[in-house]
Design a protein. Structure first.
Length: 576
């Protein structure tokens, strides 16, 4: 296959084959680097999330412990019987507890409000600006309350209750302690978790809207979930995911909070982290493309400056070898090839001159031979015609004598005009008609017909194209049969070619005989009995070229069909 390629194509293939291993190794190295970076991102984010979750769990645990400690505080136990205390003692007790929960509120890392609901169901001690409503049901673990379900606050929060004495069911005479951790503290915690690589973290629960960090675009996270991303409900407590949103790939790590039953999810757009690698990869491919272009340019220069001139010399030599002696090379400005091309042109011109001289001598020889044939009178043919005239005169058949004399005179008048090389189809067919009429007078068993299209009759052709073919049919076919001989001549102009067909009903020929006759048409011209057909065939070839010449086939009359075929070249060949 490579042997069929040009030098330029081979050089380009070689350059590409050299670059393929380099590109493959770099692509593999780049792939491995990206995988290592992705794994490092996931590992680093998991560590960050674990640390952040441990800190959040510690803060939540402190709040829960404070609630338990507050529930078992002796002063909390006295609140159960606050109605039995004197007003001054009751106020002093409530103020003491108020100071404790306010102090804890100040010390807590979270934005938290603590409230204590007294047994009477109407009074409460709280850090809130407005007294909250007593809860209808207790949240023994952290429970999320959004804006829609909050009765006394327009901010979402996490809530947990502790009842004193501690019971699984709510007691009307007990003290209920409530802690509310607001979402703002969670958002602050998430903001501190945000990384510098463009990622951000959220708190996710499949039943509620996600809690996003401060300053995050609300649509950023929502779009991810709308575009098909979601964490499974039965997810592991810690893990990683990968998600593609449009043109952006996200490395997603998550860890579940045992206390909140929410997942801390971190989103990192991998493209931003891999941007330096992507930039390096782009520059590498640009460099490879530039090298490829330079290599192709060098190959093209070598092809145009060396290979193409050599190719021209080779093509010219091959064309000269095939007989195109007029081929010449355009001399280039390159000194290396100008000498060789000039030398070839001089040599070709000298050889062409010699060949033309030999060819002209051959043509003159052929013309002399043709004129000799035209001037030559078959003595047997003339003797038979004169003998026929004598016999008809003896029996006083003047009509036959007159007809034979007229046809014979017209026939020899045309044959002896050797100075004219061209004639019309009409004149050639008149010669054929005279020739056939003479034979029909001598032999009554000959029948013939001539049917040629009118537009074809005015065409100019070389002399003696049809008559030798008809004579061949008379001598080698009609005279060999005992019955009535038939010759049919037709002519037409079709598909850019003119065709005159001569058919006879002579003895049927085999395929082998026809093939031998076809081969004889291409042989060297020698004066044999088939010289007439061979002379017509080769004159047509030299005059008209292309597919012009004689075509031999079986005739529908039973004998041989000879098609005289020549190509229509221009309108100058028409006379009429």
């Amino acid at each position: 296959m490579l042997g069929q390629l040009s030098l330029f194509q081979k050089m380009v293939v070689s350059i590409v084959l050299l670059l393929i291993p380099v590109i493959s190794l770099y692509a593999y190295s780049n792939y491995v680097s990206e995988q290592v970076v992705r794994e490092e991102i996931e590992s680093r984010n998991l560590n960050r999330l674990e640390v952040s979750m441990n800190r959040l769990e510690a803060d939540l645990g402190q709040v829960s412990q404070f609630l338990v400690a507050l529930s078992i505080d002796p002063e909390t136990n006295r609140l159960r019987n606050v109605d039995l205390l004197r007003p001054y003692e009751s106020v002093e007790l409530q103020m003491g507890i108020q100071k404790k929960i306010l102090l804890y509120q100040q010390l807590s890392n979270l934005l938290v409000d603590v409230s204590m609901f007294l047994p009477d169901g109407e009074k409460s001690i709280t850090t809130m600006s407005a007294s909250p409503q007593r809860p209808d049901e207790l949240a023994l673990s952290w429970k999320y309350v959004d804006e829609k379900h909050s009765k006394d606050n327009d901010r979402p929060y996490f809530v947990q209750h502790v009842q004193f004495p501690i019971q699984n069911e709510r007691q009307t005479s007990g003290v209920i302690i409530e802690a509310r951790i607001y979402v703002e503290s969670m958002r602050k915690h998430l903001s501190e978790l945000n990384s510098s690589d463009g990622g951000y973290a959220i708190l996710y629960h499949h039943s509620f809207d996600s809690i996003k960090p401060r300053g995050a675009q609300h649509n950023d996270v929502n779009d991810l979930f709308h575009n098909g991303f979601d964490l499974p409900k039965e997810m592991e407590s810690i893990g990683t995911e990968r998600f593609r949103d449009g043109d952006t790939n996200y490395a997603i790590t998550y860890i579940e909070s045992p206390s909140l039953e929410w997942a801390l999810v971190d989103f990192v757009p991998v493209e931003k982290v891999l941007k330096p690698i992507a930039t390096t990869r782009t520059w590498f491919y640009l460099s490879v493309s530039l090298l490829l272009c330079l290599g192709v340019a060098a190959a093209w220069l070598l092809y145009t400056q060396i290979h193409r001139p050599v190719d021209r010399i080779k093509d010219s030599i091959l064309a000269f070898k095939k007989g195109n002696y007029g081929v010449r090379m355009e001399v280039l400005d390159q000194k290396e090839f100008a000498i060789a091309m000039n030398g070839f042109n001089d040599m070709a011109e000298q050889i062409q001159t010699l060949i033309e001289q030999v060819f002209e001598e051959k043509i003159r020889s052929q013309d002399a031979t043709l004129k000799l044939l035209q001037a030559q009178i078959d003595p047997h043919f003339l003797y038979n015609c004169l003998f026929y005239i004598k016999n008809m005169a003896k029996v006083r058949n003047t009509d036959a004598v007159e007809a034979m004399a007229l046809h014979l005179g017209d026939y020899f008048r045309y044959r002896t005009k050797v100075e004219q090389a061209e004639t019309t189809i009409t004149e050639e067919l008149e010669l054929v008609d005279n020739f056939l009429a003479i034979h029909a007078l001598r032999k009554r068993h000959l029948k013939y017909s001539i049917t040629v299209a009118e537009e074809l009759k005015g065409w100019s052709i070389p002399r003696l194209l049809v008559q030798p073919i008809v004579e061949n049919a008379i001598v080698h076919a009609i005279e060999e049969i005992d019955g009535i001989g038939t010759i049919r001549i037709t002519g037409e102009n079709k598909g850019g070619y003119c065709r005159i067909s001569v058919e006879d009903n002579g003895g049927k020929l085999g395929h082998t005989e026809i093939e031998q006759m076809v081969q004889a048409l291409e042989q060297e011209e020698v004066l044999t009995e088939n010289y007439g057909m061979r002379n017509v065939h080769q004159r047509l070839r030299k005059r008209y070229g292309g597919r012009s010449g004689l075509r031999l086939s079986f005739s529908s009359l039973g004998g041989l069909q000879v098609d005289i075929l020549w190509e229509e070249t221009n309108s100058d060949e028409r006379r009429g």
